[in-house]
Design a binder for this molecule. Structure first.
Ligand SMILES: Cc1cc2nc3c(=O)[nH]c(=O)nc-3n(C[C@H](O)[C@H](O)[C@H](O)COP(=O)(O)OP(=O)(O)OC[C@H]3O[C@@H](n4cnc5c(N)ncnc54)[C@H](O)[C@@H]3O)c2cc1C
Length: 388
């Protein structure tokens, strides 16, 4: 398509839709472009067992809470339904199947080249997700391996591995939930964890969500938040080194602030590790034709390896001059606030102890308000100039 607009929003999932809704609420002109043929494509592709790890009360986007009748932790399908409801509620009409290929700053603002045209706009909001590109590390011997290797983004459910041995690599929320899912489908599950970790229960005593604590803690210096949370972590999760994990030398709040990675919000994986139903290993050293060898030299014969090895935002793929606003890996340095490039914003790139969906909503509101303020001050300046 292509054309002119005040603000071009790139991506039509949680962050893009929330930004569109907040711009609409302020009567600002905008267009949304989306690479895929539907909104919320990322959620449609997630694995079957997935439910939000954050309570729905803290996961709704601005202006439309998640339905009251839904469970505290909505399912993947409900998140998709919610994003569709959100799109309809705010009459958002993204240009679908229009992938952004290049975004470049020009004299009068921004020029965005897509698969079907060129857009010119004063502002661009990049809402393409922190989890845009799966990270797929390689190991020696991988080419010899006869089993299946897939990234956790390609995992749907454990049905095809019933009665078979599967190794999950990583200790993120997806890796740990997929290990649990495989176990529930009758697979023999191995988990390779190379790095030190932090673990929090999703619910205290099985019923009280831990997220509101994260919301309070984010107002404190991370180390103080960690010190206050420590008695709760110790009494619920216990000593993770006893099951063979390494503990990070700092707590979950510092981990988020320093490493930009969330701790595991445990929904039962730890109990299965403790019972020995999930076999824990250290880092993966290499593949063999029928399995893997770990860093300590031990071996496992496995039919499949699932890489729970995370994602990249990879903004460098399409933003000209990305180095000015991203780190060397292409992850934006800021999100929800103005960047070093005038008129350019990112939404949804900040990892927060208060949950990313909640953070996305706050960022979308801030961005729309910032654009409104800029628009009004430009109008004032123009009025002043003509009245002189
Ligand atoms: C498995 C998983 C579970 C999660 N669970 C939770 C949770 O429980 N609670 C929580 O708060 N957060 C959770 N998150 C984090 C976060 O809230 C979600 O990833 C959320 O979907 C982020 O929304 P987004 O719009 O920023 O990105 P995405 O949902 O990734 O959407 C980005 C959109 O941009 C489009 N796009 C990408 N590149 C282009 C391009 N070049 N041109 C045009 N369009 C493009 C994509 O097609 C996509 O539609 C989870 C994340 C994952 C991966």
């Amino acid at each position: 398509m292509g054309g002119e607009t005040d603000t071009l929003v790139v991506g039509a999932s949680a962050a893009g839709l929330a930004t569109g809704a907040e711009l609409r609420r302020r009567d600002l002109a905008f267009e949304i472009v989306e690479a895929e043929g539907t909104v919320a494509t990322s959620w449609r592709r997630h694995y079957d067992r997935l439910h939000l790890h954050t309570p729905k009360r803290f996961s709704g986007l601005p202006g439309l809470p998640m339905p009251k009748r839904w469970p505290r932790y909505p399912s993947r399908d409900q998140v998709v339904e919610y994003l569709e409801l959100y799109q309809t509620h705010f009459a958002l009409q993204p240009h679908l199947d229009e992938a952004v290929q290049q975004i470049e700053q020009i004299d009068e603002g921004w020029e965005t080249t897509t698969s079907s045209g060129t857009w010119r706009s004063a502002n661009v909001v990049i809402a393409t997700g922190r989890a845009r590109v799966p990270v797929r590390p390689t190991w020696p011997g991988m080419a010899l391996y006869r089993g299946d290797v897939l990234h956790s983004s390609e995992y749907r459910n454990g049905e095809q591995w019933r009665g078979r041995a599967v190794l999950v690599v990583g200790f993120g929320n997806s890796a740990c939930e997929q290990a649990l899912d495989l176990l529930e489908h009758g697979a023999r599950v191995h988990l390779a964890v190379r790095s030190p970790v932090n673990v929090l229960p999703r619910d205290l005593l099985g019923v009280v969500p831990v997220l509101p604590l994260g919301i309070v803690m984010q107002r404190l210096p991370p180390r103080l938040g960690d010190a206050l949370a420590w008695p709760m972590v110790r009494s619920t999760v216990g000593d993770v080194t006893k099951v063979g994990l390494q503990k990070l030398p700092y707590g979950p709040n510092t981990q988020i602030a320093k490493d930009h990675r969330v701790p595991l919000l445990d929904i039962g994986t730890m109990a299965q590790i403790k019972k020995g139903h999930i076999t824990l290993h250290g880092g993966l050293d290499r593949f063999t034709d029928d399995g893997v060898v770990f860093d300590d030299g031990s071996k496992a014969t496995v039919d499949a390896v699932i890489l729970g090895t995370g994602y990249r935002a990879a903004i460098g793929d399409f933003l000209v001059g990305w180095e000015a606003v991203c780190d060397s890996a292409g992850t934006p340095r800021t999100s929800g606030v103005p960047t070093a490039l005038e008129g350019l914003f990112f939404c949804g790139m900040h990892v927060s102890p208060a949950g990313m969906l909640r953070e996305i909503g706050l960022e979308a509101t801030r961005i729309a308000q910032q654009i409104l303020d800029q628009t009004l001050s430009k109008l004032d300046a123009e009025t002043d100039a003509t009245s002189l």
